[in-house]
Write a protein that binds this ligand. Sequence first.
Ligand code: ADP
Ligand code: MG
Length: 327
Amino acid sequence: MTVKDEFEFISKIKPKEIFQDNLLVGIGDDAAIYRPAERMEQVACLDTMVEGIHFLKGLSSPYEIGYKALAINISDIAAMGGIPKYYLISIAIPNSWSEADLYGIYDGLNDIAAHFRIDLIGGDTVGTEDKLVISVTVLGEVEQSKLNLRSNAEPGDVVFTTGFLGDSAAGLSILLNENDKGNTEDETYLINRHKLPSPQVMTGRLITKLDRASLNDISDGLASELYEIAEASNVSIKIDESRIPISSALLNFKESPYEYALYGGEDFELVGTTSRDSWNILKRECEKCSIQITQIGEVVSGEAKVLLTRENETVLLEKSGYNHFKK
Ligand code: ADP
Ligand code: MG
């Protein structure tokens, strides 16, 4: 590990500002202590990013790596309709990473943490021989009996999604293309959508106020997330390809935008279902907050599957992979 003095390192990364009033003990003792809020459930998640698999040092800056590692976890809390509150970091550091790189990672973590007012309350720092590994745990809370489970979809529900889909995968393909490193405004937009995701916490909170909703965040592509809801709820989901929200940047991009939206992944937008009445409420609330949310289909009774209508033809969507249109 390149960190010369672990105590100095920890004191440097220790946040200067604490956002949460219920934090009793933060970094500096054997473990953190916080007081859970009354009448709330605790919600927890963890995701790990491995150098060479989830990011490449040459393509993402340390700042972007830190930012994304926390963003993808906040997105999981958003998909449960929760409020993110605290996070912990485990970082395994190889010699190829300098101390300045590490502070860069923490700069990215700090920026998105400050945006959502969540506190770094602990972690672990170890050395490793090969690749950098960063694991992030986020803790949050959500109102009791307001759980937006994947198993909550019912026939008659509206299927909706936030934002634009497919941007992140297109951004990655630009980054991986030697000849094309994001020179235009559209390319820069797509690359930023890949590197700096925007977890949809506010939308998750609006959805939690509804009577019932199923919800997922889009980490593996729209098709895969819809299958998870269809299988957990034992329903069929029908979506209309022309309703999938595609950004103008992705439309201008050379390849098929719908392939990216359906199978690309890492959008970290939300996809879910709710009753028609609740959808009308949600649409109004999102409008008031300038949040983009789009109906893309409906839930029908039947076996667990996802159907896609494209130009008057309905096809069965496959769960993953490319070129997956099948009669
Ligand atoms: P212990 O030996 O009790 O595990 P450590 O020396 O590992 O203590 O950690 C001291 C304090 O610093 C603890 O509060 C721990 O949670 C925190 N900490 C250690 N490494 C990190 C890190 N990479 N990021 C954030 N906090 C950390
Ligand atoms: Mg320790």
